[in-house]
Design a protein around this ligand. Structure first.
Ligand code: HEM
Ligand code: SF4
Length: 476
């Protein structure tokens, strides 16, 4: 399949991906470096730093699908940048936004537990195999829309299984290791609206993972709805076909799959921070609020990972970077501190995320990452901890519905959601609309005050209670 752009499509591409605040300049773009399973060597990270310095004003962002994005790319530099990326072994994603109608969807980075193989079972090999197979594979570059997969086997929902098209959740079924499948999740507004992935009730042994993924991606490609963009995600097909028809189709291709009655319970912990690996060494996560970093910082991180660890780094779905295989975590923390990279922050900082609305142009002033920092700053000062997810618009790139506190931008204001919970498949409820950034912070302050008045086991319990009350009031 050849991809060509006519003049109209090209104009749309430029309009969409030029810098939001400089809308109209028409020559500045972002590029996503796909990082299979979020695992990078120090050398490749240095390569990213070079690209960032040369093409992207020395700036870089860790994304919530364990990729790295560079910004302010000049259109004229694109070919040079792509060839340098190729030398370093990086691919990128197709840009479905650039084309009209349902089409040009590809498989996005497969999200993986950032401690895969270091704590508990390794699942990253599947993600790497699948990402390599699908990236740039011409047979899968014109699906109705993008397709997202996730793997976790650590007992936590560190990859947001609920909002992927297809998730593999590690289970042990009658003594055999494998996965429970979840299908049809998606955080965006497209039909049938934000949707929590459903357990399919089948067991996938390790040796069938690739075939199962291939079969369902092919199903999306061949039978997904191409009527319009708003019906083109896999969640729409799952919703219209129903689970049992999807399962029948899957088994007709991969053979019968054993039943598993229950999904394993997943905790909402995302195990960032510091901890001990199965081999006795340590991991240490460097908090990078909003994933924002620089070429210089990336070079420092690369050097320290070689000095204190094995030179391997993990990008996390919470937009941070984790050092692994560390023998002396205190010494590493000290070295990070000495270089101005370490801050003693609370878990709210580690676990909160904000989207790239600065570059998308969908919010004005106080962009998603900045609002997240302000709200988390308030929580830190108040000594109350929870995670805050901020999306700049209803596309939900930072899954605002899945956090205890979520914000969704609408131009210059935000809507507030409360009561979401990862691992429980619980979507938060909208409790306020049209808040200015200052009002957003005030609203959270009021929630903290309400919590202080007592009566709840924890802050998140109170937020869930508020969400349930809203449901009852609205009658749904
Ligand atoms: C129909 C439109 C879009 C929808 C429904 C959508 C939705 C999403 C979702 C659900 C995620 C992943 C969240 C997760 O895995 O937890 C995501 C990731 C992301 N989105 Fe969007 N998005 C859309 C368009 C855009 C646009 C226009 C931009 C920027 C200009 C953008 C930037 C990003 C970025 C930077 C990420 C992290 C990505 C990665 O590494 O793959 N998105 N988006
Ligand atoms: S949520 Fe909206 S504003 Fe934020 S990156 Fe996605 S499309 Fe852009």
């Amino acid at each position: 399949m050849d991809i060509s752009l006519d003049v109209g499509e090209y104009a749309r591409f430029i309009g969409r991906f030029s810098l939001g605040r400089d809308s109209g300049m028409g020559s500045l773009h972002f590029v996503r470096l796909k990082v299979p399973a979020g695992i990078l060597s120090a050398d490749r990270l240095r390569g990213v730093a070079e690209l960032s310095r040369e093409f992207g004003r020395g700036y870089a962002e860790i994304t919530d699908r364990q990729d790295i994005q560079l910004h302010w790319i000049e259109a004229d530099d694109a070919l040079k940048l792509f060839s340098r990326m190729d030398e370093l072994g990086f691919t990128t994603d197709m840009c479905g936004q650039a084309f009209s109608g349902a089409g040009h969807g590809d498989v996005r980075n497969v999200v993986v537990c950032p401690l895969s193989g270091k704590v508990g079972r390794g699942v990253h090999n599947h993600a790497i195999e699948l990402t390599r197979f699908f990236s740039g594979n011409r047979e899968f570059l014109d699906m109705p829309k993008k397709f997202k997969m996730a793997f976790t086997a650590c007992g936590t929902d560190c990859v947001r299984v609920e909002i992927n098209d297809l998730s593999f959740v590690g289970v042990n079924h009658e003594g055999e290791e494998g996965y429970a499948l979840m299908v049809g999740g998606g955080a965006g507004k497209t039909e049938p609206g934000p949707r929590i992935a459903e357990p399919m009730g089948v067991f996938v042994p390790e040796d069938k993972v690739f075939d199962v993924a291939l079969s369902l991606v092919r199903l999306h490609r061949d039978r997904g709805c191409r009527e319009s963009k708003s019906k083109a995600r896999f969640k729409y097909l799952v919703d219209t076909w129903g689970l049992s028809r999807i399962r029948t189709h899957l088994e007709s291709e991969v053979g019968p799959l054993e039943e598993i009655a229950e999904m394993p319970a997943l905790s909402s912990n995302v195990h960032e921070g510091e901890g001990i690996q199965d081999d006795g060494r340590h991991y240490l996560t460097l908090p990078l609020p909003g994933g924002v970093t620089s070429a210089e910082q990336l070079e420092t991180i690369a050097a320290l990972s070689e000095q204190y660890g094995s030179g391997e780094l993990r990008l996390t779905p919470s937009q941070n970077i984790t050092f692994v295989d560390v023998d002396e975590p205190d010494a590493l923390r000290g070295a990070l501190w000495a270089r101005g990279l370490w801050k003693d922050v609370t878990p709210s900082y580690y676990t909160s995320i904000g989207c790239a609305s600065d570059f998308c142009g969908k919010t004005r002033e106080v962009h998603a990452k900045e609002l997240m920092r302000r709200v988390v700053g308030l929580l830190e000062r108040e000594g109350v901890h929870t995670r805050v997810f901020v999306s700049g618009c209803q596309n939900g790139c930072c899954a605002h519905q899945l956090a205890p506190i979520g914000f969704m931008g609408r131009g210059s204001t935000y809507d507030l959601f409360v009561g979401g919970r990862l691992g429980m498949g619980r979507m938060g409820r909208r409790v306020a609309t049209g808040l200015t950034p200052a009002q957003c912070v005030d609203a959270v302050r009021e929630l903290v005050e309400q919590y202080r008045e007592g009566g709840y086991d924890g802050f998140e319990d109170m937020l869930e209670h508020i969400a349930r009350t809203v449901e009852v009031e609205k009658g749904d």
